[in-house]
Design a protein around this ligand. Sequence first.
Ligand SMILES: [Zn+2]
Length: 188
Amino acid sequence: MNKVSEAAAILGRKGGKAGTGEAKARSREWAQAAAYARWGTLADRFWEKVKKGSPDECWLWTGSLFQPQGYGRVIVNRKRQKAHRVAWEITRGAIPEGKWVLHKCDNPPCCNPAHLYLGNVIDNARDMMERGRRKGPIGTEHPLAKLNTEKVQQIRAARGTIHKIAQRYGVADSLISRIRLRKSWKQV
Ligand SMILES: [Zn+2]
């Protein structure tokens, strides 16, 4: 039985009397079933759009992105949502009020739950400031970006200034630095 029919089966059962242990167990089951019903098919659809790598790699959202921030964009319940937040909800549960889902990897399109953490508004502001200071192009590690494995190898071998190389490949200087320091495109 798949998750959705399982959920439907549980939802279809009659509840016990309120206040009894049985009723409490039922309501717990009901809450789990509701979560499955809500996320079951969505989760499958969601992960199809994520390029999963090894557990410590960034798992990049391959669908459209919010610009200029570069977060993955996904429509859930007819609303545009940030993909990494949905990744959190699918794998870890609801996001507590007032909490932000932040990236340890500083890679906005990343949806690897292991790279995400809950922070407050101050953590978020600090992350944004750090990102702003680096002026890194956002979303360049996205699969639809301008670079590929071959170009990355060429960039690592290229001579000339960072700026010249960046211009040649139509990307930001900071990305060239990150590639050369193996902070970006580590897998190549
Ligand atoms: Zn990541």
